[in-house]
Design a protein around this ligand. Structure first.
Ligand SMILES: Cc1cc2nc3c(=O)[nH]c(=O)nc-3n(C[C@H](O)[C@H](O)[C@H](O)COP(=O)(O)OP(=O)(O)OC[C@H]3O[C@@H](n4cnc5c(N)ncnc54)[C@H](O)[C@@H]3O)c2cc1C
Length: 347
């Protein structure tokens, strides 16, 4: 981990060449930043210090993650190597976790205690499923994010199945959005190849609070996926709200209960609390409110993209596909602000 104490802009006490450099700091190597870093590598602004703070060296590509769970793609195929990408972009990579922002002094506080100054800041740190409100969920459920922790739990489960392929397994997946449906189908695809007599030995339950799956999509999509899940023998429990997670079962408001060996949590996306605690304007779920230029509505020197950002003028689902689409306009607007040109609105 490296420290960054380059002089702030227009500090007359240290007339080094770095003196006039502007510092653009990125937090998180999510989808938008990955695209923007690649574009920066092809067309950089030399008078800029570019720094990437990431808590991982390998960041997952969400569209391929379910395929990795199914066993179709390797870990390497589904992850972006941020060390290589940062090198290509000429960015300094700091492996650390941002835990706070001191916006008055333009500083990022990291878990290691390091403080990093910025002139411009860009956030692409994703989101995690909401667990805190359900008793026992934090202790017993495995959230689908952060992905490294999820994959660790998934690899352990797979190894147990390989070591004892006659042992029945019951999995509960909570959340009937795209992530939950994808995990149910892909976990089944993988474990069916491992377990003996999988029709008898594998039970996958998908529990969803709503009366239909993928509520953000139209009825055709929702019905089609319901049909596929039922044809594949996945047990679907609609209109069941989990109110308690115990060490071996979940309890629903209706009194319905399911025993499990593992429970996975893929519910509504939520933002980390340190963002809400900063002075950045956020919505009621803690996501950074941004304009069409991807600038914070309260702090225009701060950009946000991907799941962590909520555009005030466009309702967009929290999905990797939108984070990818924001990569190019984000890069463009970094360049515009750094060269003091007018910023462009995202179409
Ligand atoms: C099971 C599952 C399946 C999904 N499948 C799909 C799909 O098929 N298609 C689709 O479009 N979407 C899918 N999604 C949604 C998708 O994962 C997210 O919308 C997408 O990852 C958001 O991208 P992002 O760039 O905002 O952040 P992320 O991809 O989450 O990247 C954020 C990065 O920031 C890092 N980071 C986080 N906090 C910090 C910090 N404090 N300091 C430093 N670094 C930090 C993280 O380690 C990570 O590398 C799925 C989600 C789940 C849970």
């Amino acid at each position: 981990m490296e420290s960054h104490n380059t002089p702030t802009l227009f500090d007359s006490s240290s007339p080094s060449p770095n003196h006039f450099k502007k510092k653009l700091v990125l937090i998180g190597g999510g989808h938008s930043h990955a695209i923007a870093l690649k574009l920066w590598g092809m067309d950089s602004i030399p008078s800029t210090d570019l720094i990437l703070i990431s808590d991982v060296e390998q960041t997952p590509y969400s569209g391929m993650l379910p395929g990795h769970v199914a066993g179709f793609y390797s870990y390497t195929e589904t992850h972006i190597d941020l060390r290589n990408l940062a090198k290509f972009a000429g960015a300094k990579l700091i492996i650390d976790r941002a835990v706070d922002l001191d916006l008055n002094n333009h500083k990022i506080i990291c878990e290691s205690g390091k403080q990093i100054e910025f002139d411009y800041l860009s956030l692409d740190i994703g989101s995690t499923p909401q667990t805190i409100t359900i008793p026992g969920a934090n202790k017993y459920a495995i959230p689908a994010k952060p992905v490294p922790e999820f994959l660790k739990a998934w690899y352990e489960l797979k190894q147990e199945a390989i070591s004892n392929s006659t042992q029945p397994i019951s999995l509960v997946i909570v959340g009937g959005g795209a992530g939950g449906v994808e995990l149910a189908l892909n976990m089944q695809a993988c474990l069916r190849k491992i377990l003996d007599r999988p029709q008898d030995n594998l039970q996958i339950h998908l529990v969803h609070r709503g009366d239909r799956l993928l509520s953000g999509h139209n009825n055709w999509v929702s019905n089609k996926l319901k049909k596929i899940l039922l044809e594949r023998g996945i047990k679907l429990h609609l209109e069941q709200e989990v109110i308690e997670v115990l060490s071996d079962r979940i309890n629903c408001k209706s009194g319905f209960s399911i025993q499990y060996d593992r429970v996975f949590w893929v519910t509504q996306a939520t933002a980390p609390s340190w963002i809400e605690q900063s002075q950045l304007a956020t919505n009621e779920r803690g996501f950074v409110l941004v304009t069409d230029t991807l600038q914070s509505v309260s702090h225009p020197q701060i950009f946000a993209a991907g799941d962590i950002a909520t555009m005030i003028d466009h309702k967009r689902p929290k999905a990797g596909v939108f984070a990818v689409r924001q990569g190019q306009p984000l890069f463009h607007n970094w360049q515009q602000i750094l060269t003091e040109q007018p910023l462009t609105k995202q179409p």
